[in-house]
Design a protein. Structure first.
Ligand code: S3P
Length: 169
């Protein structure tokens, strides 16, 4: 199996899906934000605060280089801006998890740990700011993706099935 990379906006459910997908396929899931936190021994929020977004994007590129070189047969969830790395297609099949902004916003703000989930995401400051970023990126995600999967209102099982069929694994 080639790696599968899940891209899409903050809070769409990339990490949750990656873990469910991996368990189903008896493979491993990794998350690019977790890799960056291990690489720096810092939380994402702290990296943004101390070193700024530009440095964080460099770490994403470094992570992409490592993934392309060293990781196989893995489901990879990514940070919402990871799609900008210059070698994404070398890492694996790129799957865009697509949903309307308002659905994503509700998913985050109505979740059990809403406060924590928002606090740890420096770019999810307000409805307005996040929506603006979403609007800037929506087309980009589609452009980069090999496969687009609508996730709104669907069960995890069904999304996994749909991706499996589309990438034929
Ligand atoms: C970001 C998304 C975050 C994290 C960082 C920047 C973005 O990941 O990588 O805060 O630029 O959209 P999630 O998509 O997991 O929230």
């Amino acid at each position: 199996m080639r790696n599968i990379l899940l891209i899409g906006f903050m809070g769409v459910g990339k990490g949750t899906l990656a873990r469910a997908f991996a368990a189903k396929k008896e493979s491993f899931a990794v998350d690019t934000d977790d890799l960056i936190e291990s690489l720096t021994n810092m939380k994402i929020k702290k990296i943004f605060k101390k070193r700024g977004e530009k440095y964080f994007r460099e770490l994403e590129q470094k992570t992409a280089d490592w993934l392309a070189k060293s990781v196989k047969d893995t489901i990879i969830s990514t940070g919402g801006g990871f799609y900008k790395v210059n070698n994404i297609k070398e890492i694996g099949t790129v799957v865009y998890l697509k949903a309307d902004f308002d659905w994503i916003f509700e998913r985050i703000t109505k979740s059990k740990n809403a406060k924590k989930k928002i606090a740890k995401r420096p770019l999810f400051k307000s409805y307005k700011d996040a929506k603006k970023l979403y609007d800037q990126r929506a087309k980009e995600y589609e452009r980069v993706a090999d496969i687009v999967v609508e996730v709104e209102g669907k069960e995890l099982e069904d999304i996994i099935e749909e991706i499996s069929q589309k990438v034929r694994i």
